[in-house]
Every structure is written in structure tokens, then in C-alpha cells.
Write a protein that binds this ligand. Sequence first.
Ligand code: SAM
Length: 266
Amino acid sequence: MKKLTLRKDRTPVLNRTSNVNGDTIDFGYKTVQRAEKTKLVGNVFNSVAKSYDLMNDLMSGGIHRLWRMAMIDWMAPQPNHKLIDVAGGTGDISIRFLRAGGGSAYITDINHSMINNGRKRSKIGQLKKRLHWSIANAECMPFSDCSSDFVTIAFGLRNVTDRQAAIDEAYRVLKPGGRFLCLEFSHVQNDLLKSVYDKWSFNVLPLMGKMILNDSFSYRYLAESIRAFPSKEMLADMFSRSGFVQIRIRTLSGGIACIHSGWKLD
Ligand code: SAM
């Protein structure tokens, strides 16, 4: 594995729009072969799947719930709306979409453990009939062209091997007039917040991972993959390359996370 050069503030020097560079690709701060990234990301989510929802609450102090609700509020789901939730994991976004009035939700994820743990969630109840789970790669999904009103990806794009391919694929499956939203960690601007956040994510999170799951590696990867992820402007540019228009960005919690939204016109 080749290591990327790091700046003093520990962010990688290489922060290009596309994460694919020939046969190699980013995995946190490392550069690995494409197939290796898929395997390594698979290992991360196999390891964390069982405690994934609990860890989200512990790591963010529950704030991730506000970010998720901000995305759902922005969507304003209606009973005739169909959602494809890419890299949907344990189904959090899809469940919120249906509770907020959406019609049906198709959760796709590459990882069996995440999907299986989602299916076991106790609070799904009556929503079960309108929730559909499938194993699929974000870069190549088993849905027809122009078949969905919304596509979402929450904290998933960072982990996908070829990000631009996944955004292209979101564009393909959306109906004309459909909308793509991406909720993802981003880059903190304020120096004071940044220094606290860096300490939290590089020191505290791996320690929590070690204590709760006996896995510090996955949470070190989380911190690194956030720093290596494109800026919000670069991500907006990737939306635009896939054909999305009226691209808007909402910055959350001082830049810790962002929601990008884009529309497919025709
Ligand atoms: N979207 C969920 C949420 O909001 O809680 C899960 C996010 S979890 C941090 C990232 C998910 O991305 C994992 O479930 C992982 O298996 C999935 N993933 C990674 N690469 C993928 C790919 N190429 N295609 C589909 N899912 C992928």
C-alpha cells in the first residue's frame, strides 16, 4: 500500500475530484488497488454492522439524527414518491422517508451484514411492506432508467470505490424531474472547531471503537476517509458532471457535514 503525503494538519495533499487514478484508489489516507478498496470497505462494515446504529448515536451525541431529518425535511416526501436509498445500510434514511410521508423505499447496499442488521430493526413494524432491501453496488444498480423520484446516499459516497460512477448511476435511475441528495461528512472551516474535531475523530473515535467493538481500525478509517473526501465545491462539480442542475448545498454543524441536492431535468 502506498501512503499519501499529508499536510501538517493531517489532510492528504491529494484531494482531487475523482478518487479513481487508473487502477488505484483512495482508502482513507492510503492508495490501494480498486478491488482491494471494495474488500477493505467490506471488512469495515462487516465489523461495525452489529453496533452501527448505536455507534452513530455515541459518536455524534445524537446529532446525526438532526442531519438526517434536515435531509428528509428538504425532500418533503409525498405518498406517491419512490426513493432509492443507495448504500442504505441499516435503512435509517428510508425509514425516516416513509415515516415522513413517502410512498416506498428501496434500500440497496453492497454489504450483507448491514442489510441483515437493518432488516432486524425492531421499530419497522407496518413500514415493512413499503421497504425493499437488496444487495447492489452503487456503481451499477438493478433498477430501470428513469424509475425513481428520489435517490439518496447518506454517509455512503465516501466509501464507494468509483464515486463519479455512483453519481452517474443515480442520475440514470432518476425520473426527469427527480432529485438526488447526498448527506456526507465534509470539511470544517473554523480553526477552533477544526482542532477540537480533529482530536475527537483521530483520538476519541478509534478509542471508542476499540472499547465497544474491539476495532479501532474502522474508526481510524472513518476519520481518514472524511479528511480525504472532496470539498463541498468539488462534490457539487461532480454532481454537475453527471448532469444534475440547480445544485444546492446545505452546510451542517459548522461544516462537519453537508447535504448536496441536485435535480435531473430530462
Ligand atoms: N446510509 C446508511 C446510513 O445513513 O446510516 C449507511 C451508511 S454506512 C456509513 C456506509 C454504507 O455504504 C455501508 O453500509 C457500506 O456497505 C455501503 N457501501 C460501501 N460501498 C458501497 C458500494 N459500492 N455500493 C453500495 N453500498 C456501498
